[in-house]
Write a protein that binds this ligand. Structure first.
Ligand code: DAH
Length: 340
């Protein structure tokens, strides 16, 4: 019995490899699984077998294998036919099933979720905020009066009613202070817009993640602690950082937090404008004028804030050399990250 099955098995495999159409496959099915097929014949032979139980099990196993192999081959054939039909269809045919495609997350979505998870784990809430804001929110409440030269770097698109597309997520600081008062821990990601000459590391549309922590006795040490924790959790490896003084009208003191470019390792490349460093997370102690404007008692409370460049973070984390890839809609570049 065993030899007979072995022989049938190799015959089946051989015929299966030649069954290139549905009809041939059907003939094979009938030949093996049909009422008068090979397997039915084997069953008849079972009467004379010495060890009926063992022989029966062998036949059963063979039958199952034949069934699965034929089902699989039939599914593969149908799939191939469908694909060929889709490829050869000249006009759009809504009755054809679509080819199966898998989506993937945009790298900025992945970076945003990562940072959100890190900060929510440290007691921060995540806030959503508008993209169209008033001059007051974007500038005046942040200690940037009209005609202040700091506005020059933040030219943007203005609507006829005087509103503008926000140039920085800091634009939400005032409203969030007014919403929650102190103490407060919040992060607020958002899309920002600026009139920029674009290159490998500058875009006119990009994402930032703002963060604020206001409480009694908050100092620069708290700021440094939170920045360090965030960076080590995001990158999960040692990275070189440098903190240097930076000027922002809404901080006192203000800092630039740079990281060593992870694309070139610090020797200089287009992604870091050949400096080896990337301005990743400007930050500082919130200026008392800004706290006052948000209704916070400056005798009792101090706070820090930061404006993490989410788009740059995604570049560094995922090794995307050109910032313009993010808005390009280029699926070849963008679909390589985590699938849905
Ligand atoms: N909003 C600033 C910018 O886009 C970045 C920034 C600097 C945000 C210092 C802050 C901060 O919260 O404290 O250039």
């Amino acid at each position: 019995m065993k030899e007979k099955i072995e022989e049938l098995k190799s015959r089946f495999e051989n015929e299966l490899s030649l069954a290139s159409t549905e009809e041939k496959l059907e003939a094979l099915r009938v030949g093996f699984l049909g009422k008068k097929g090979e397997i039915a014949e084997l069953m008849k032979g079972l009467r004379d077998a010495v060890d009926k139980k063992a022989a029966g099990a062998l036949i059963n196993e063979f039958k199952n294998n034949v069934e699965t192999a034929i089902d699989r081959a039939s599914a593969a054939l149908k799939d191939a036919m469908l694909k060929a039909q889709i490829r050869s269809a000249k006009k759009y045919n809504p009755t054809l099933a679509a080819e199966r495609m898998y989506g993937s997350y945009h790298p900025i979505t992945l970076a945003t979720r990562d940072v959100e998870q890190i900060f929510t784990g440290m007691g921060f809430t995540v806030e959503d905020y508008a993209e169209v804001v008033d001059d007051y929110e974007c500038f005046e409440a942040l200690n940037i009066p009209k005609h202040h030269p700091a506005r020059d770097m933040q030219d943007t698109y203005y609507l006829e009613n005087g509103q503008l597309l926000k140039t920085q997520t800091s634009a939400a600081q005032n409203a969030i202070m007014k919403k929650y008062g102190a103490p407060l821990r919040a992060i607020f990601p958002g899309r920002c817009f600026r009139n920029e000459s674009t290159d490998a590391c500058h875009e006119n549309t990009f994402f930032q993640m703002e963060g604020m922590m206001i409480d009694e006795n908050i100092s620069i040490s708290n700021l440094i602690y939170f920045m360090k924790t965030m960076l080590s959790e995001v990158f999960r490896r040692d990275i070189k950082v440098r903190l240097r003084p930076g000027f922002f009208p809404f901080t006192e003191p203000g800092f630039e937090l740079d990281i060593n470019c992870l694309i070139c390792g610090g020797v200089g490349c287009p992604s870091c404008t050949h400096s080896g460093w990337l301005e990743l997370c400007p930050c500082g102690m919130i200026h008392p004028n800004v706290l006052k404007e948000g209704g916070i008692d400056t005798e009792k409370y101090t706070g820090f804030a930061f404006g993490l460049g989410l788009t740059r973070l995604a570049m560094m984390k995922y090794g995307v050399k050109d910032i313009r890839d993010f808005n390009s809609g280029n699926l070849k570049a963008l679909s390589q990250f985590r699938s849905l």
